[in-house]
Design a protein around this ligand. Structure first.
Ligand SMILES: *Cc1c(COP(=O)(O)O)cnc(C)c1O
Length: 368
């Protein structure tokens, strides 16, 4: 028997019971006409979540990392120069992806815990007029920092670049307007603010991004993530050619999670994440705990909290897991041992979760 936990780390978040129930629906064929109708509905729900009219809006059959790889392998050809603005772990992974595509990455580094500075990015874009794309992470889950995606997307266009946006932790948690902000390529995940199980990556590509793909001289090096092939299954259009067997029951789960989001309303979901962040903040500050990130850039769904001097941070996490069935996250890379990452994502963004977390932390710290 596996334990039932309250998931308040950097993802996965708690999965809604209705979503788990949806997964138990009968599996049908991936080309069954009923399933094809279901796919159309799912894509429409994704368009709502992303706030886009992009026809190419679909879930990749693998987790967020696959969405990242999908954006890079389709949009970058060997020799293409890409500017990567990096302020944490996931910016570092963008560099890995770009290098493996044979692209020429130009990295603009920012201190962990700080947002991407558009002024510095502009200098680099100016100095690299041959760059074809600007890639960055909207919500850096490793540090709990939000960057100004709208400004960065516009900046990319000012310098003739496409933009590639990591919204794995953003979608459903904070304001994200794909069409209004001029996002060209974006990917997300299911296990963060959407509160579906891990294993799928919603992506969306606009016409400009698809033009770049159509103009390639060489096919994308990944057969599995080739958008030309994926759209032959996912549409638009009546063809629906077999590419790979879609993870039917996982897609039921995502569909249900998106229905829950739509029922709540995007703005209401964003407001709930913001409200609960303030509630957690008040409780943490009353205990004398401090945030790692400056207030203006904090992500409501991922709270980076400084570990007080002399406290064994791993022992606290073990205590919470053992005594409270509560998972919070550790720091990564240079922040290992220095911060906890407390997630308030999707179904885990409730007052009940916050109470549990504050009670648990109080008990853990009192224990010494
Ligand atoms: C979680 C995360 C990813 C990777 O998603 P997986 O589902 O773990 O593959 C990528 N980018 C960001 C910002 C994330 O938070």
């Amino acid at each position: 028997m596996l334990p039932k936990r309250a998931l308040m780390g950097p993802g996965p978040s708690d999965v809604y019971p209705e979503v788990l129930a949806a997964m138990a629906r009968p599996t049908i064929g991936h080309l069954d006409p009923a399933f094809v109708d279901f796919m159309d509905e799912l894509n429409e729900l994704l368009r709502y979540a992303f706030q886009t009219q992009n026809t190419v809006t679909l879930p990749i059959s693998a987790p967020g990392s696959a969405g990242m790889e999908c954006a890079f392998v389709n949009l970058l050809e060997p020799g293409d120069k890409v500017v990567i603005a990096s302020n944490g772990v996931f910016g570092g992974r963008m560099l890995e992806n770009a290098s493996r595509c044979g692209a020429i990455p130009v990295v603009v580094e920012f201190e962990w815990g700080t947002p991407i500075d558009p002024g510095k990015v502009e200098e680099v874009l100016k100095a690299n007029p041959d760059a074809v794309a600007l890639a960055f992470v909207h919500s850096e889950t490793s540090t709990g920092v939000r960057s100004d995606a709208q400004t960065l997307c516009n900046l990319a266009h000012d310098y003739g670049c496409l933009n590639i946006v990591d919204a794995v932790t953003s979608l459903g948690g904070i304001k994200l307007l794909v069409d209004d902000w001029g996002v060209d390529a974006i990917y997300s995940g299911t296990q963060k603010c959407l509160s579906a199980p891990p294993g799928l990556s919603p992506v969306s590509f606009n016409d400009a991004a698809m033009e770049k793909l159509k103009a390639r001289k060489t096919p994308p090096q990944s057969w599995f993530l080739d958008l030309n092939l994926l759209t032959s299954y996912w549409g638009p259009g009546a063809k629906r050619a077999y590419h790979h067997t879609a993870p039917i029951n996982s897609l039921y789960a995502l569909h249900e999670a998106l229905l829950i989001l739509k029922k709540e309303g995007l703005q209401n979901a964003w407001d709930r994440h913001s409200r609960n962040h303030q509630l957690l903040r008040e409780g943490l500050e009353a205990m004398g705990l401090e945030f790692y990130v400056e207030e203006a850039y904090r992500l409501p769904q991922l709270n980076a909290v400084k570990v007080p001097d002399g406290v064994d941070e791993a022992a606290v996490r073990s205590f919470l897991l053992d005594e409270y069935n509560l998972e919070i996250g550790a720091g990564l890379g240079p922040l290992a041992g220095k911060i906890w990452r407390i997630g308030l994502m999707g179904a885990s963004s409730t007052e009940r979760h916050i109470e549990l977390c504050l009670d648990g932390l109080k008990a853990a710290l009192a224990k010494g």
